[in-house]
Structure formats: structure tokens, C-alpha cells
Ligand binder design. Sequence first.
Ligand code: IMP
Ligand code: MG
Length: 185
Amino acid sequence: MQTYHEFLKEVLIPEAKLKDKVAELGEAISQDYKGENIHLICILKGGVMFLTDLMREITVPHTIDFMAISSYGVGTRQSSGQVRLTMDLHEDIRERNVLLVEDIVDSGNTLSSVLELLATRKPASLKVCTLLDKEERREVDVPLDYVGFKIPNKFVFGYGLDLDEFYRELPFIGVVNEERYTPPK
Ligand code: IMP
Ligand code: MG
């Protein structure tokens, strides 16, 4: 396996900055949900590292669950507005305070479909926390309650986000070198 270095143009968000931001988000969430329980839902797989770090910064009681969806297929980052559920949640969310934890909001299509689906299950509340917001590419307006970083329109990887399934383990967010890797459309 090749090392990530050749695909890395620059580090966009270093590890220490991610750590500080996750702590800040955890504190804000803990304040807002004081006296309540939260049910954190992570969309596999990109949000996993963010979820597990965020959990350690949330001081109110919380539970977790996972769902998986697919857009067009492997190697795409766009969705048609319709996403396919490939793995559903394991628990009912009715009457629970659901907080959706996402790695990145790009066009907004994924999030918009997931929110629509989850709303039909009548949670007590439904909010969104995303680590990254690529505002410039937004096609659908989606409400974001907690945002870590607004980032420019560049393809990024690391800290849960992949390059063809690899490099999710990197502790920072890096910008891809497009001379060595062509991002999906
Ligand atoms: P959407 O366009 O908001 O529906 O985002 C679809 C999905 O594309 C995200 O959940 C990510 O998995 C993926 N994605 C979007 N931008 C990037 C990126 O810069 N790096 C890695 N994955 C991305
Ligand atoms: Mg994702």
C-alpha cells in the first residue's frame, strides 16, 4: 500500500485543531441538552472517528446507533437526492432526542434524505452536528445545528474521510493532491 504522502497536497485542519473543536462542540451540545438524554446517530463510515471523539466530550447521558446508506455507488460523492438505505438503525427513535453526527455536508442531498426519513419515525427532536461544511457546493438547503469547520470546495480526506476507502485513520484533515488522485464527481 502506498503511503498517503503522495496524495496529500496540504494539511487543512491539523490534529490539535480538530481536538479543540470537538471539545468545543461537545461542550455546546452538553449545555443544550442539559437534563436530557441524547441518541447520537452516525452515518457510516465517514463519521465514525468524529462520533467516537465527540462522545468523549459529551457529558450528558447518550446512546449511539449507526446507519449506512449509498448514493450512486462506490466512488461517487454525489447523491441524486434519493439515497438507498443499506443498513438501518438497530433501535427505534420514537420520542428520543436524535442528534445526527456527520463527517461532511457537501451538496446536502445525503443529509436531506436522511433527515426526511428519520422525521417520519417521530423522534422527540432531530438535530444535526457536522464536522465539516462545504457550503459552496450546497444544492439543497439543510439545517445544520452544530458545525465544526466551514471548508473551501476542495476534496479532503483523513479523520474518517477516505480516498477509495483508505486513509480514514489519519488524525488530521488533508486536501488531496489532484495531480495524483482524481476525486469523484
Ligand atoms: P452530499 O453531497 O452532501 O450528499 O455528501 C455526500 C457524501 O460525499 C458525504 O457524506 C461524504 O461521504 C462524501 N464527500 C463529500 N465531499 C467529500 C470530500 O471532500 N472528501 C471525502 N468525502 C466527501
Ligand atoms: Mg458521509
